[in-house]
Design a protein around this ligand. Sequence first.
Ligand SMILES: [Zn+2]
Ligand SMILES: [Zn+2]
Length: 323
Amino acid sequence: MDTLVELLTDPLLLPADPSRRLFWLFLISALLMASLVVTLRQKRFDLRYQLSQLFSTRYWLHPSNFKDGGLLFLNNGLKTLLLVPLLGSYFVGAIAFGTFLQKHLGDAPELPGSVLAVGIAYTLVFFIVEDLSRFLLHYCLHKYPWLWRFHQTHHSATNLTPLTVHRVHPVEMVLYNLRGFLVFSVVSGLFIYLFKGRVNGIDILGVDCLGFLFNLLGANLRHTPVWLSFGRLESYFISPAQHQLHHSIADQHRDKNFGTCFALWDKLAGSWLPAGTYQKLTYGVPGSALANTSIFPLASQRRRHRFFGGRAWRWLHNTQSTP
Ligand SMILES: [Zn+2]
Ligand SMILES: [Zn+2]
């Protein structure tokens, strides 16, 4: 019974968790940045207009949002019941990888570096590898048709809100968590092997400081209609407007801007697209009425529907166009 209550209340506590993008401070910083963007675009501060946009029922009660919320609860439940017991603590993976290196490579060479210097190096390397791994997985989710079937769930959002970050197919949620486990284990294990007791990441409120900064600087605007472009800085960092282009159904925006923070990966892959000036975008999956996404892509449609119930199946897999 306690577990059930926990499963139902956990997602409601996300605004209290500094390690999550929906942490209250990140929501407030995004709100302030959104207000600044609108003020600059309109060349005046119109509080009445901004409040009417912020509390628009058309935006917050859009049918697309309910699926975002549903998947947040579903994925949270699956993660708590399946993934956490399976993966255990991420530190176990790091210790295991460090021990593996020690066993196969022998003692690490004596490397110089104060605790602070090692901490800065570890924080930077971890953030860069984390960002690269997110890019690679996102790239594969688009390029391999059997993975795209799962990733379509995220792209089927026709209205972007900060909750849309949680609108992912359970298979994609598992893939992202396995990726996170692998990256943490390898990077932390390597640093533990090389620097032993000198590995201390630089934290803010117990959260990796660069991830914290990324979220503080408007990451929530990636899934909103607020057009925040970084201008020339987009050559280095992916802006919220660039991620909105990634969600656009227009042909010229397809398979662009896979990155989370750094633009370098998209530049190397030829998928970087600057946001440019404001564009009105339509979000969703092109031709989603014909989309056929599946948890078991090889099983027949008919069999799936018989086993899982057609309505629930279609809700999860976008076999119908979203409103
Ligand atoms: Zn995508
Ligand atoms: Zn997105």
